[in-house]
Design a protein around this ligand. Sequence first.
Ligand code: DOR
Ligand code: ZN
Ligand code: ZN
Length: 355
Amino acid sequence: MRERFIKIPGLIDTHVHFRDPGETHKEDFYTGTSAALAGGVVCVIDMPNNKEPITTLQKLKQKEEVVKQKAVCDYGFYFGTSEENSRHEEIEVLNRVVGLKMYLNLTHGALFVSNLEKIKEHFASWPKNKPLLVHAEEEKVSMVLSLLKQFPRRVHFCHISLKEEIEQIKKAKESGLPITCEVTPHHLFLTEEDEKALGPFGRVNPPLRTSADIDALWKNLDVIDIIVSDHAPHTKEEKLSSLPPPGVPGVETTLSLLLVAVSQGKLSLERLVDLTSTNPAKIFNLSSDHKSWVEVDITESYLIENENLKTKCGWSPFEGKRVTGRVRRVFLRGQKVYEDGKVLVKPSFGKNICQ
Ligand code: DOR
Ligand code: ZN
Ligand code: ZN
């Protein structure tokens, strides 16, 4: 008989955009972390492309104050690169963040660095023991790989989506470069065909790709270090406007989607745990907490439905998809924090992992 419940380590989602402060009509830290718990995620690391980007110590401190009273799961922050803050002299910043995020392509928000000299300054001055994360698409991946020869350091590639990109990263890893990379569920399960059907609700950066790209990602699963949601909520109204912003929500659907892949034999449960918990903890120097876990009913099958989601934006690109494996209970630092759709702790229970 197949076991009904499984217990796995709580997921660590190191790539979310919870929009707080500045765009809390899309999401806030309470709704975002509630959605995280519903998805079996016990710790999130939030991106710096807030309405007012997190590129100074003052902005970072303001964000810490706002978020403190709203989080129901643990969390950390990234600092953002600008063309003015490339010297990283403010040591106080370093102790308050998990890593530095650099946007090498234009996307939602004002964070974008194009000046090569400034990019080099960031590569040279950000401490070697703290990850530097890059949003790099297509030729920007090659650019980062060649910069690494001049400025050897750890770099983490966000949301790799193309066959050429994953093959380049594979080669670079084989040559000994200390790089890591992540892939999102939307790039593993949705194609450009789905984007046609989804319209603006399938618009995201990097965009959804071809089935040949998806096959290449699955084929190179051993090159992928972590799976993250890149949870990037926008309201339905914004998505239906004449200029829909890029981004799709996903923090509460990652685990169920990956469990479907497990049930289809595309992924082992052990590898799922590595990709969503063990490896993120290693890469981002997070202490892995053995008292945080998720209980999943792997026999329960259900439809992903917009009306049942906890994210404030209220929609998912996976709506209508049948998944198997329902998160029943979540324990964080030994305490039951979530059970059968209900968050059981106050909005100050979540801790900033850098403090
Ligand atoms: O599609 C995207 N949305 N890509 C990004 O890099 C940013 C994100 C957002 O913040 O909405
Ligand atoms: Zn990005
Ligand atoms: Zn992102």
